[in-house]
Design a protein around this ligand. Structure first.
Ligand code: ZN
Length: 193
């Protein structure tokens, strides 16, 4: 398992709800936390490790021995309130940061790995992280949410990611769109509704 970078097609995949949790899915979640810590991030969505599963993990402390490890399966957001402007980054576009305006508070409903329903009113960094990760599950990346002018500043850096992607595809490091789609469909047959 590895973190895929912009513009990998799986980052644009809209994931379908998960219908079952088994030992392999628990192992996947563990690996996602480990990769996230390695990359010094606070959140990671399944699309970012090339999986079409509707789940993400968060630990605001970014350290395995600190903070809370939170897993959100089939998350839904409700009752967005207020507005907050802050800088975001993303493990799939490393080294790039930009200002994104989002609701300051949201209510999240989701399931835990043990199948318990989670409901929480979120604010601050956790509200932002959950919204950023949920966007991933719908194929949305933070630059999509930026104003036209600030996004234009990022364009040269995004262009570099695109040429790196083309190069890695030519060298066979990244499979064709067809192969990626086929693999995602196989995972969906196993885990999704
Ligand atoms: Zn991200």
């Amino acid at each position: 398992m590895r973190i895929v970078h912009y513009p990998h097609p799986t980052l644009r995949h809209v994931s379908k709800p998960i219908k079952r949790v088994d030992a392999e899915l628990r192992r996947i979640v563990r690996q996602m936390f480990d990769l996230m810590y390695e990359a010094r991030g606070i959140g990671l969505a399944a699309n970012q490790v090339d999986l079409p599963l509707r789940l993400f993990v968060i630990n605001l402390a970014a350290e395995p021995t600190e903070g809370d490890e939170m897993v959100f399966i089939n998350p839904v957001l409700n009752l967005p309130k207020g507005s907050d402007d802050a800088e975001e980054g993303c493990l799939s576009i490393p080294g790039i940061y930009g200002h994104v305006v989002r609701p300051a508070r949201v209510k999240v409903s989701a399931y835990s790995l043990t199948g318990q329903e989670i409901q929480a009113d979120l604010d601050g960094l956790l509200a932002r992280a959950v919204q950023h990760e949920l966007d991933h599950l719908d194929g949305v990346l933070f630059p999509d949410r930026m104003s036209m002018t600030s996004r234009a500043d990022l364009q040269p850096a995004l262009d570099e990611f695109e040429s790196e992607f083309r190069f890695r595809r030519e060298t066979g490091d990244i499979p064709s769109d067809d192969l990626i789609r086929q693999r995602l469909a196989e995972w969906e047959t196993r885990y999704c509704v």
